[in-house]
Design a binder for this molecule. Structure first.
Ligand code: MG
Length: 366
């Protein structure tokens, strides 16, 4: 595979409601679509940082700069025999995982299109649909939270995830349990608590949760181990799980019983599959998380989530749950609690060029 040229298209789509988590709020979704042209085919990837420093320090601007200034010059025109060759270049460059994921996933799309198989088969998956869970942010009050969950849950999601932070945890959980009975339920703190909160966090055990996601800071694996030792609820790592070496260390420390794998956080699909395999070998189940990405990235996570050790519902939701519109055809849609992957080769969710034009804020060919 040789990238004859690479096109970048930065799109921005308004959210249907602001998304608030413990460390910020956003009302628009930015994504940079990466088109790798090679020998008459085109592979599409997505680099999907959130604006501001919502989830990490990387922003749409820093990701665009890193793609154009560092990664694309190292990739274009090179003879690349395999996805491993692509990853060797990206790993050597290091840095911005969103930018690396954008290029790496475009090459997976290209390769599986060339082979005439859907991406999930290229990754080693066997299913063509994935269970989907609803995720909701932090709301001004419990009534608003309950109303939002009720509104979206009617679409058929098979579990509910609520965001928590100090001062917004036990009361909303009690409200959700009261309103929605024994719905499959989990919480995500995005690292908002500290070890001093461990006695307080023990109360989470009263709510029969599937897991508590990233309760403590990203680098505090020992603190997560301390929490897990006193908590019946499984601890799931998200932000901490930045690479396989860190995940191996977390498993050795008993810091978690579940891992959330995000393609954007680990720099692409190859590293995501490696993380899946490390966890499978250690008996740690995983699931597919999102930023959330637009439809190209969401589609990739669906393909990834067909691998055997993806045991819990994915965070990928219907396109129109978060975004007023999406740039893929067909739109991602939950039906009967699952999202199906369309027939085809590569990602199978393809670019809707009319919508790309409508939401483009910047583009370039390199
Ligand atoms: Mg999370």
């Amino acid at each position: 595979m040789k990238a004859d040229r690479i096109a970048l298209t930065h799109v921005r789509i308004p959210l249907v409601e602001p998304f608030k988590i413990s460390n910020g709020v956003v009302s628009e979704k930015d994504g940079i679509m990466v088109s790798v042209f090679s020998d008459g085919l085109v592979g599409i990837g997505e680099a999907s940082p959130m604006s501001g420093s919502f989830y990490s320090d990387d922003t749409p601007d820093s990701t665009w700069s890193y793609l154009t200034g560092t990664l694309i010059p190292r990739i274009t025109g090179k003879n690349l025999d395999s996805i491993d060759d692509v990853n060797a270049i990206l790993d050597l460059a290091g840095g911005n995982s969103f930018a690396r994921a954008g290029i790496e996933t475009a090459f997976w799309d290209l390769q599986s299109k060339r082979q005439g198989i859907p991406l999930f088969k290229a990754l080693g998956g066997t299913r063509n649909s994935v269970e989907s869970g609803l995720a909701v942010g932090i709301y001004p009050g419990i009534q608003e939270l309950i109303a939002a969950i009720g509104r979206y849950l009617a679409e058929g999601y098979v579990r509910v995830k609520i965001k928590i932070q100090p001062g917004w945890d036990i009361a909303p959980l009690a409200g959700v349990r009261k309103s929605f009975g024994d719905v499959k339920l989990m919480v995500d703190a995005n690292g908002a608590y500290t070890r001093a909160d461990i006695p307080h966090l023990r109360a989470l055990d009263d709510f029969d949760l599937m897991m508590v996601e990233q309760p403590l800071a990203q680098d505090d694996l020992e603190g997560h181990a301390e929490l897990q030792s006193v908590l019946r609820t499984p601890v799931c790592l998200d932000e901490s799980a930045k690479d396989c070496a860190t995940v191996k260390r977390a498993i050795a420390l008993n810091s978690c019983r579940i891992v959330n794998i995000k393609i954007q956080r680990v720099g692409g699909l190859k590293h995501a599959v490696e993380m899946h395999d490390v966890c499978a070998g250690a008996g740690i189940p995983v699931w597919g998380g999102t930023m959330p990405e637009l439809g190209i990235g969401g589609g990739q996570t669906l393909h990834l989530s067909t691998l055997g050790n993806f045991t819990f519902p994915t965070d990928v939701e219907s396109s129109l749950r978060w975004f007023v519109d999406d740039i893929v055809d067909p739109l991602i849609q939950v039906r009967d609690g699952k999202i199906g992957i369309p027939e085809g080769s590569g990602n199978c969710f393809t670019l809707n060029h009319d919508n790309m034009k409508k939401y483009t804020v910047r583009e370039g060919i390199f």
